[in-house]
Design a protein. Structure first.
Length: 307
């Protein structure tokens, strides 16, 4: 199975597919309710035969045949309905075998590029569904597959590829288990330092913006967190508060009010090299600067120190 991180608040418990339900961790008695509330979809979705009994097997069948009843070469007139169908499609990825998922994406994108307007719109929908801050689920693996096919297409103009090329670069070099990209940052007193200069302990990278209200709240809560402060003082973790933007006197003045236990800096390089999808956002690195986790929220980070 591919990586799939739940971001939004709406969990998919079961999906109704043209009269068939795949049950994910709930009692099959929900079938009756599902049958009485069948949704109207853009086209008829595939239904796994009864001879396939496992969740993965049924999901593999649906993913591999999902678009069989839709002509991707014709103009997509109802973009909202297509968007809904696409989101249903990718919802099944986390239950299917990875090879089936990638094979399905390849087949889908090969067919979709027969209509350039559709292809560009589909890539925008894929971004919203799998990568954007507002996506219900994130999957770097799945999104890279869509984006990789798009930027490699000879039918797509370079100007339409640039956005996705930048995203691919950031995702690929800031994957979990990869060594975090080194970057230079400027401290409030204009001293320059690199991430690689911070040694000997795990590192929390706290990416935040001085003009962001949620960032201000996060800075306040973290600066007064007793457990985090104790761990910093004891050398159990290094805490880097990084503004992923250009150094300015205004930022430096504001940064004077941040915790004196933090290493504080501004770095345009960080924004160019790290996959930062919302602000504030956190990366957790081990002592060798390998990425343990990324794009964490405040509560998750605080929870690390209460275990």
């Amino acid at each position: 199975m591919i990586d799939f991180l739940k971001v939004g608040t709406k969990g998919i418990v079961a999906v109704v597919m043209a009269g068939a339900m795949i049950v994910c961790g709930i009692d099959a008695s929900a079938q009756g309710v599902a049958d009485s509330q069948k949704p109207t979809t853009l086209f008829a979705y595939p239904v796994a035969p009864d001879t396939i009994s496992t969740l993965e097997g049924r999901t593999n069948y649906i993913v591999s045949k999902f678009w069989d009843n839709f002509n991707l070469s014709k103009h997509i007139a109802d973009s909202a309905a297509f968007d809904a169908a696409f989101r249903d499609y990718v919802t099944f990825f986390k239950y299917a075998h990875r090879n089936i998922v990638f094979s399905s994406i390849k087949d889908f994108m090969n067919k979709a590029q027969s209509n350039l307007a559709n292809y560009i719109m589909i890539m925008e929908i894929a971004e919203k569904a799998l990568y954007a801050p507002g996506a219900e689920y994130w999957s770097d693996e799945a999104y890279l597959a869509f984006a990789g096919f798009f930027v490699s297409s000879k039918k797509v103009k370079s100007i339409n590829k640039e956005r996705y090329k930048a995203q691919i670069k950031k995702i690929e070099q800031s994957q979990k288990d990869a060594v975090a990209p080194d970057f230079t940052f400027v401290m409030p007193d204009k001293t320059k330092m690199k991430l690689s200069d911070v040694k000997g302990s795990p590192v929390i990278l706290f990416f935040n913006d001085p003009d962001c209200d949620d960032c201000s709240i996060a800075r306040l809560r973290l600066s007064t967190d007793v457990t985090l402060n104790r761990n910093i003082e004891e050398g159990n973790v290094k805490f880097l508060c990084i503004y992923p933007g250009e150094y300015s006197a205004q930022w430096a003045e504001a940064a004077k009010g941040y915790s004196d236990k933090w290493i504080i800096g501004a770095s345009e390089e960080a924004d160019d090299n790290y996959d930062i999808r919302f602000s504030p956002s956190f990366y957790l690195l081990d002592a060798e600067h390998k990425i343990v986790d990324k794009n964490l929220n405040l509560e998750t980070v605080k929870g690390i120190f209460t275990r």
